[in-house]
Design a protein around this ligand. Sequence first.
Ligand SMILES: *Cc1c(COP(=O)(O)O)cnc(C)c1O
Length: 409
Amino acid sequence: MNDFNNYPVEKIRNDFPVLSQDVNGKPLVYLDNGATTQKPVAVINRISEYYLKENSNVHRGVHHLSQVATGLYENARQYIANYINAEESSEIIFTRGTTEAINLLATALRPWVNAGDEIVVSVMEHHSNMVPWQQLCFERKAKLKVIPMDMEGNLDLDMLAKMLNPKTKLVAVTHISNVLGTVNPVKEIIDIAHNAGVPVLLDGAQGIAHEVVDVRELSADFYAFSGHKIYAPMGIGVLYGRKTWLRRLPPYQFGGEMIDQVSFERTTFNELPYKYEAGTPNVEGALGLEAALRYVSETGMENIVRHEEELLRLAEKGLEETDGMRIIGKANKKAAVLSFVVNGIHPYDLGTLLDQMGIAVRTGHHCAQPLMDYLGIPGTVRASFAMYNTKEDVNAFIKAVEKAVEMLR
Ligand SMILES: *Cc1c(COP(=O)(O)O)cnc(C)c1O
């Protein structure tokens, strides 16, 4: 069976064995992809092959396996650089994920931020792209400024332009909101910031999974993402940084691998990207991430995005039939992330009933408490779609929501 427009969804589902199981006596409908995605056999096999045949520490030994592992690790870096169209592989810093990538940057930027300076975030940021900047501002006596949005979930770019001034050190904004699904006009945001001479970090945790990412076309200064949101293992992520920036900034952690020469009097640091990768890296994770991006490329991100948009449209249309339904996030451009509340029903109760019907969704504040405050709601139910979800998944979800709402009324 093919879904919309010959999209080979059945073939894709066969690559994700975890999806064919029953939960609470019902076929699993996995719609919590905004939290983490499932992994295809290609990724699982890649990791197992590494430990069966190739494992060694990297950049350290003259022996055969160490050279094999080093080659594979650096090839993965190159593949990822090409995937997001970075100029050089040395602009790809491996991290544990988006959170660590942003903390790395917040640490490296510390000496650049002084009393009275300003950092700009948006009201729809995940805590990962807000708390590190807030804490940096506290520490350096700088000021955190917040780009507002309208109630549909569109950022106010006129306000952004007005906020920027010679004291602004960084604009840190999400590519795609993990709550509202808003696809922010990031090219425009970057142009506005660059006109004022301000660099931009994009939180790409959702962006990497639901958009074609081209850091050079965007002129992004920094782009952070997690592997596990795009079918790769947990514990691996990337900070892309333009090399002119990465060269200027100081290291993040100190230890092995990131050094050049060490004596008790002084230490000099390694070249990019190793300056930012202290200690033994997550080689299996890097290889798993490469395998995941290769897997995604077989179907093509454009085709995945189109498929997910069809699912989103179908789900939104179906949900609107439910009495008291309020969809949270109606931005001009949306990715396949669908938040909603139902009048008089707590999101947690709805989520619990959906689970009993085999439907996995997220409920709560989705690591965006300031956004919930802004919207005046305690939380939402969130369904988020991935390349392996089907029309049948959406239909089962809509029916389950209707049934759950009836039961709770
Ligand atoms: C998931 C997510 C993060 C955090 O990613 P980790 O993998 O937990 O580090 C940050 N921002 C957004 C928008 C996310 O969806």
